[in-house]
Every structure is written in C-alpha cells, then in structure tokens.
Design a protein around this ligand. Structure first.
Ligand SMILES: CC(C)(COP(=O)(O)OP(=O)(O)OC[C@H]1O[C@@H](n2cnc3c(N)ncnc32)[C@H](O)[C@@H]1OP(=O)(O)O)[C@@H](O)C(=O)NCCC(=O)NCCS
Length: 160
C-alpha cells in the first residue's frame, strides 16, 4: 500500500522538447501491455493532440514507468481513457498515484462524473478503480471485440 515514493509525475506538454522521447516510450509500453484491439499505439499522436484531453506520466531514473490518459468531451463528464504501469514496476503505488492525478485534473474541469471502461478480467485495474470509489454501471457486450465485453464504471463528484 501507499503512494508512489520515487517516481515523478509530469503532465505531457504539447510543445515540450521531450514529447518524442516520452511518446515513443509510451507507445512501446502500450504495445507490450495491451492486445491490439485495446491498444492506442497506432493513434497515440492523434489521441494526444485532441482538444480537451491530457496525459500524465511517471518517470523514474529517466524512464517512463506508467501513464494515464483522460479527456473531458463535455462539461458534464470526463473519462479515463488509459492507465498502465510497466510490469516490472507494478505494486509500488504508481497506478494509484496516476489515477489520483488524473481524477484531480478532471476535478479542475468541474465535471460531475468520471467514467471509464475496463475489461472485467483485469483484476488489478478493477480493484484499483473500486478502491477510489468507482462503481460498475453496466456490462457492455462486444466493447473491445465481439467476444470481449467491458464494464462501464463511474465516479460522481459531490455537487458543491
Ligand atoms: C492496473 C495497474 C495500472 C495497477 O498499477 P500498479 O502500479 O501496480 O498499482 P498500485 O501499486 O498503485 O496498486 C493500487 C491498488 O490497485 C489494486 N491492485 C494492483 N495490483 C493488483 C493485483 N495484482 N491484484 C489485485 N489488486 C491489485 C489494489 O487495490 C491496490 O491497492 P492496495 O495496494 O491497497 O492493495 C497495472 O496493474 C497495469 O498496468 N495493468 C495492465 C493494464 C491495465 O489493466 N490497465 C487498466 C485498463 S485500461
């Protein structure tokens, strides 16, 4: 348990000098971690250049070890579109630190709800989302591919 102690969280800036290096590392991780139909690897640049979207990443000793992407297409709701931590660096609080960071970013957009989709077989992710109070809304058949459904989960902010 606990937070990420040795990693540094950075928000990817569109004009940053390190954009190419960081995005290259993330695309490599994306290819390793996610099956093709769930992977954003081929569309990363487009995805990241979309308005109303952002990405946080954690780096340790000059290497990216995890990332989270989020977007706020409307003033009502935001979504977490991706979260991953390098296999060799898991269970050290990075996932939790990234999710917390993304929730804070969405909170500043004053949205009422954050939603996300997750493959029900992804236990670690399901537990992490539940730990933050996300609740299962619906099971969406055929979401990732014809035989791979997704849970839609949401977290509502208090309206004050
Ligand atoms: C989900 C993921 C990002 C978690 O990253 P992580 O850095 O290992 O997570 P943390 O160390 O911050 O763990 C936080 C919480 O997640 C849950 N969790 C993490 N790994 C778990 C595991 N192997 N089994 C069960 N629960 C787990 C626990 O609730 C944990 O809290 P705890 O330490 O109090 O038990 C990582 O496992 C991953 O990249 N998985 C593959 C990609 C994926 O499934 N992404 C989400 C779908 S888009």
């Amino acid at each position: 348990m606990g937070s990420s102690t040795s990693g540094v969280i950075t928000e990817l800036q569109r004009n940053s000098n390190s954009w190419t290096k960081v995005v290259d590392e993330i695309v490599k991780m994306e290819r390793k971690i996610f099956p093709k139909h769930e992977s954003l690897a081929r569309h990363f640049d487009e995805e990241l250049k979309k308005k109303n979207s952002g990405m946080l990443y954690i780096h340790m000793d000059g290497q990216v070890v995890g990332y989270v992407m989020y977007s706020w297409p409307s003033s009502l709701s935001a979504s977490i579109t991706k979260l991953a931590v390098k296999e060799s660096d898991r269970r050290q609080g990075h996932g939790e630190a990234l999710l917390k960071g993304a929730i804070e970013k969405c909170r500043t957009r004053k949205v009422q709800r954050i939603s996300l989709h997750v493959d029900p077989t992804r236990n670690a992710a399901m537990n992490l989302y539940k730990k933050f109070g996300f609740q299962v809304d619906d099971l969406i058949q055929g979401y990732y591919s014809p035989d791979r459904p997704a849970y839609r989960m949401y977290l509502d902010f208090d309206s004050n």
